[in-house]
Design a protein around this ligand. Structure first.
Ligand code: TYM
Length: 337
């Protein structure tokens, strides 16, 4: 059987980028025969970016409700919260002890901070916590803990997957003596989407404040966000370029091939940007409305979500508890029995 695993960090409100890059492909995979799916809330990762307890708690609820509203079937999928699985930080520590510092020096998130600080002329590591620095090791532990074969993510996570493979390989090589403790995970990026652009054309990201929320704020928030998508200044009637238009890219990510072809033709024939935004709104609202209804009813029942997560943790630990024992034995912390 193939094991598919992915997680979302519980900071901020889930957005269209999370949906197209992770939720949609992951849920699609989980419905296939012969697939065991592990989907989780990366709440330890959230602490790296956010030190406001109320925001972390709210985001956890929103992201859990989003997974469920998007069609995750808790009967088939092991759906859990990272912080309910103490074996994950334990594995993370064991992996930390064998990960070269040089590998972490190359991580994009860390390098971006260093570059920013250098540009400002301040101390390179200013504002860099050890959490941010070793973030990819915790992510490797998330994946290797469950020996995932396939990890569906957006393009921004590809480097982290390469690091997870690298770490797994080192462990197998050193402690394995012919035995592979960890499966090498394969990344799966939906090339049609890869990186969904935000309102300003940069990657849609919580940290850029350029997101289109999936459900929060309802239809009105969706409409308001779409109205803010930046376009060029071509007037109604003038032919529009679809190449490089992020409004078009957003449409394409959620439309059928026929709908996309029609939309492209209309733009090339001079469809006004205002009208184009109306069409994008209709497309997204039709897609999201049924899920939004489920989301709104779920978010009103935090206890129900908590119960689902607790049950998921029990399922996940059925695998994690014996596996961490094997890893403890491998490194010499326990005697094999
Ligand atoms: P996070 O929470 O930033 O994003 C969750 C998922 O959404 C994808 N994504 C996008 N995809 C396409 N276009 C975009 N604009 C866009 N923005 C976000 C991300 O690629 C990701 O798949 N470190 C991870 C969470 C994590 C994880 C893991 C993922 C922790 N452990 C283990 C997989 C396996 C993160 O911060 O994703």
């Amino acid at each position: 059987r193939t094991r598919v695993l992915t997680g979302i960090t519980t900071t901020g409100t889930p957005h269209l980028g999370n949906y197209a890059g992770a939720l949609r492909p992951a849920i699609c995979e989980s419905r296939q025969d012969n697939v065991d799916a592990f989907f989780f809330l990366a709440d330890y990762h959230a602490l790296i970016k956010c030190d406001d307890p109320a925001r972390v708690a709210r985001s956890r609820l929103e992201i859990a409700a989003t997974w469920l509203a998007a069609g995750l079937d808790t009967e088939r999928v092991t759906f859990y919260r990272q912080s309910d699985i103490p074996e994950i930080p334990e594995l993370s520590w064991i992996l930390t002890c064998m990960t070269p510092k040089g590998l972490m020096n190359r991580a994009h998130a860390y390098k971006a901070m260093v570059d920013q600080n250098t540009a400002k002329g301040i101390e390179v590591d200013d504002g860099v916590t050890m959490g941010l620095y070793s973030y990819p090791i915790l992510m490797a532990a998330d994946i290797l803990m469950f020996n995932a074969n396939i990890v569906p993510v957006g393009k921004d996570q590809v480097q982290h997957l390469e690091m997870a493979r690298d770490i797994a390989q080192r462990f197998n090589h050193h402690y394995g003596q012919g035995k592979d403790y960890f499966v090498l995970p394969d990344v799966k990026v939906d090339e049609e989407v890869a990186t969904l652009p935000g309102l300003d054309g940069r990657k849609m990201s919580k940290s850029y404040g350029n997101t289109i929320p999936l459900f929060e704020g309802g239809r009105q928030a969706l409409k308001t966000a779409i109205a803010r998508i930046q376009t060029d200044s071509k007037l109604p009637g003038e032919p529009k370029e679809t190449e490089g238009s992020h409004l078009f890219t957003l449409y394409k990510a959620f439309a059928s091939i026929e709908q996309t072809a029609q939309f492209k033709k209309a733009l090339e024939e001079g469809l006004a940007w205002g009208q184009a935004k109306e069409e994008l709104f209709t497309l997204l609202d039709n897609l999201l409305s049924p899920m939004r209804e489920r989301y709104e009813s779920l978010i009103a029942k935090p206890q129900e979500i908590e119960d689902i997560l607790q049950a998921g943790a029990v399922k996940a630990r059925r695998y994690a508890t014996p596996f961490i024992q094997t890893i403890r034995e491998a490194v010499g912390l326990r005697q094999s029995t």
